[in-house]
Structure formats: C-alpha cells, structure tokens
Design a binder for this molecule. Structure first.
Ligand code: HAM
Length: 426
C-alpha cells in the first residue's frame, strides 16, 4: 500500500470544517485592516531562500526540499529549485518583480498555503504544514518604518486570536536591533561564552563558534542557568532602535495588548531587524509557538529591490487548529434532505428534484433507484440527514411527495412546490 510520506498527512472531514472556520475568520479580520490576498508559487529558485532566510540557518542548511531541475530544451537553463519553507521571501520577490512599490501607499498582503521543511516530525511539527501569514511592506515615504505599523500588526493578531475564542496565549516581544547592533552583541556573546561553553552541550559548543546567537535557542535544561547569565541583546541596541522598540511598546500599552519581553527570542531566520515576536500557547507542548514574525528592513535591497522596509508574521495553522480542537470538536453539517428514488427510471426525477431543492439553498444527498426504501432510509439516518424525501412513480405523477422527519419518524405528504419551504422552515 502506498502511504502519505513522512511528515505529511491528510486533513479529513470533520477537521477540515475547523480549518475552513479558521481561514474564513482570518480573511474577515485581515479585510478589516485592509489587507488583500497574494498567492505566490510553491516552488522558487533555491537562491531566493539562501539570500533571505540565510544559508547558515537550520531551515536552509538542513531542512529544505531542494533539487537540481535540469533543462528540458536548449532554450531552457537548468536551475536549483526548492519547495518554499516559508512565504516572506516569495512575497518580497513578488513585490520587487511586479514593481508593487509603484502602487500607492503600503502593500498589505496576506497568504494562506502549504510550506515545506524537512524537520523531524512530532506533535505540531510536520514536513508539509500550513501558514496563514501577512506582510506590510512599502517605501519609507509611505510610513513602512513606523513603529505604528509593528503595533498595528500585533494588535491585529490579538484581535484574530480573540475572534477565534482562543485564550491563554502569550505575546513574547523582542528587538534584535540592526546589523551593527547584532555585530556588537555577537562579539559580546562570544566573549561571555568563552569561559563557560566547555560545560555546555555539544550543540552549544559548536554554535558558540559558528553562530553564537543560536546558543540562545538551546533547550537543554542543564545549560539554562548559564544562558540566563549571558548578555542581553536589548542592552546592545543603538539609540534609533531603542526608541523604535519603546514606541512599539507604548502603542501596545495604549491599546491594552499584554506582552512579555523575551530578550532570548532571536528567531531562526536571518532577515530580521528590530521588532521580533512570537505568540505561544501552553497547550502545545514543546512546539509551543503558534506564530512568529518580525521586521525585515533591508531584505528587499538584499534581493536586488528598492528600499522597502516591512514587517509580517506567519501563523502555524496546524498548531492553531490543534490548540482550538482541545476545546471545540468540529461537527459536519448534516444534509437537509436525502432523496430516496424508488424504482427504475426514478434517478432522473430525483436529479430534477435535487436541483430544485439545492437552488432553493438546501443541502441535499441523492439515493439510487436500485435501493430498497429501507436501505435508503437507513443510509439517510446514518449520514445524519434531517429529512428523507420519498420519490416513487406515484409521487412524481401526483406532485405530492412523502417527507419523513428522520429525527421524529413522522411522515407527511407535501406538495412539491412547497417542499423546500417546509424543509427549510422546520
Ligand atoms: P517561522 O517562525 O519560521 O516564521 O514560522 C512561523 C510559524 O510557522 C511557527 O511559529 C509555527 O507555528 C509554524 N511552523 C514552522 N515550522 C513548522 C512545522 N515544521 N510544522 C508545523 N508548523 C510549523 C516564518 O516562517 C516567517 N516567514 C514569519 C514572518 C513573516 N516573518 C515576517 N513575516
């Protein structure tokens, strides 16, 4: 038997009801903040991710599904392609390629779609997973650098989670400053790690050399007391970055969005500048980040575009649905009516009646003329239909149909013209 590949899974009814509920709530909320949808390709040039997410990150160095796509014709060139591990890089590429900066104001774009990372699968972590994300990007003259934009995005996220009825989330906030700050901080980290790193885990010993920032991501319990004593990035911000972060916090306070400052949260992607954040939830266990995001001023220039500061987020939809399903079990909508055609030739009549009822807005299932009445009624009850409509030759001729309420067992005779109204009204 051929199975779904490791780290991928089928999303089945009734769970898909919950997914659709989450996605339509997202579309609704985002619309009221004047976002529009963007859809970028699932496959991109590998170098897009190397230059944005960063070659040294786990995502690019270990977790990419990438392959060399050989030329199929002389007119084509071979190239390295990748399944997108995230969508910010694709959005910024599209911004540059389609000259979106020529459009007025800020570009407020959202996306919903699958992403791919070859991680070790566990609860809340898959190789194909779904993100609901959004980006605000544009020229500085349109206000893209303003701390008000950061606060608007965070406030929108709080509104969205509230709309879903999700309680118990924590907004963890940090600023990773600008590249100069990061350089000074890295130097300070290296110096502080030197005397203590010998007693830390093997990963930390390696990271202390290659990328000391990643030491802060370490989850090994014995290393935590040492990490707590390391310098904090917030003490290495220059004055403009410090003021920017203070302004973001002041607006969050003004709109009563609670947050905690987490100076250890440095995020696993290289393009971040200044504000970074995650929303976490206790119900998720080890993979507790429902969403993550931050500012990426400088990314457009790094990809050959104009200056276009931006900020955004991506919600892990799988994790969000997991958290919600602890409280609400999705239910499938039942059919309003199951039409039971009785006898040869009645499928045509059933198709006609089904069409009438559906055009009147009802949800309808059709039986088959070869079924006995008992079987039709059993099937209708099992699938949860509210009514069965019995349609034999006599009923078709007389225009009086037998309508059976499958909840009460009561059966009445209803003129065809009134059938939809009777079903809808009860
Ligand atoms: P990220 O933190 O890499 O950020 O991913 C965002 C969210 O996607 C995570 O918080 C998590 O909920 C979910 N996620 C990540 N990997 C997996 C996985 N293997 N299985 C299930 N869920 C996963 C980004 O992707 C950035 N592009 C966010 C962003 C947008 N920053 C600025 N704009």
């Amino acid at each position: 038997m051929i199975k779904a590949i490791r780290g991928t899974r089928d999303l089945l009814p009734p769970d898909t009801e919950l997914w659709n509920f989450v996605e339509s709530a997202a579309r609704d909320v985002f619309r009221s903040y004047h976002f529009s949808e963007i859809r970028t390709p699932v496959i991109e040039d590998l170098s897009l991710f190397q230059r944005s997410v960063g070659e040294e990150t786990d995502i690019v160095s270990k977790e990419m599904f990438a392959w060399e796509d050989r030329a199929r014709a002389q007119s084509e060139k071979g190239q390295w392609l990748a399944l997108r591990p995230e969508n910010t890089a694709g959005v910024v590429r599209a911004y540059i390629e389609n000259r979106l900066w020529e459009r007025p104001g800020l570009q407020k774009l959202y996306y919903i779609g699958p992403q791919f990372r070859r991680e070790r699968p566990q609860k809340g972590r898959y190789r194909q997973f779904f993100q609901i994300g959004a980006e605000i990007i544009g020229p500085p003259t349109a206000g893209s650098e303003s701390p008000a934009v950061d606060a608007e995005v965070l406030e929108m996220l709080a509104t969205f989670l509230d709309r879903l009825g999700l309680t118990g989330w924590t907004l963890e906030l940090n600023s990773v400053g600008c590249p100069d700050d990061r350089q000074r901080y890295n130097d300070a980290l290296r110096a502080a790690l030197k005397p203590v790193v010998g007693g830390m885990c093997a990963d930390c010993r390696r990271r202390a050399e290659t990328n000391p920032l990643r030491v802060l991501d370490c989850k090994v319990p014995e290393d935590q007391p040492i990490i707590e004593q390391l310098p904090k990035i917030l003490d290495y911000l220059d004055e403009p970055c410090r003021q920017h972060f203070a302004a973001v916090r002041a607006i969050l306070d003004a709109v009563s969005i609670p947050y905690t400052i987490n100076p250890r949260m440095v995020r696993g992607l290289d393009y971040y500048r200044r504000t970074t954040y995650e929303f976490t939830h206790g119900a998720l266990g080890a993979q507790n980040a429902i969403l993550g995001g931050g500012r990426y001023d400088g990314l457009s220039e790094a990809l050959g575009g104009p200056k276009a500061p931006g900020i955004g987020f991506a919600i892990g939809e799988d994790r969000l649905v997991l958290t919600l399903s602890e409280h609400q079990r999705p239910k499938l909508t039942a059919a309003d009516a199951y039409i039971a055609p009785l006898g040869e030739g009645m499928n045509q009549e059933a198709a006609r009646l089904g069409r009438e009822l559906r055009q009147a807005g009802l949800v309808v299932d059709l039986g088959d003329e070869s079924f006995r009445l008992k079987k039709s009624l059993e099937l209708a009850s099992k699938t949860g239909a509210r009514f069965a409509v019995i349609l034999g030759e006599n009923e078709a001729k007389s225009g009086m149909l037998a309508l059976k309420n499958l909840g009460t067992g009561e059966q009445v005779s209803v003129p065809r013209a009134e059938l939809a109204k009777v079903i809808a009204g009860s």
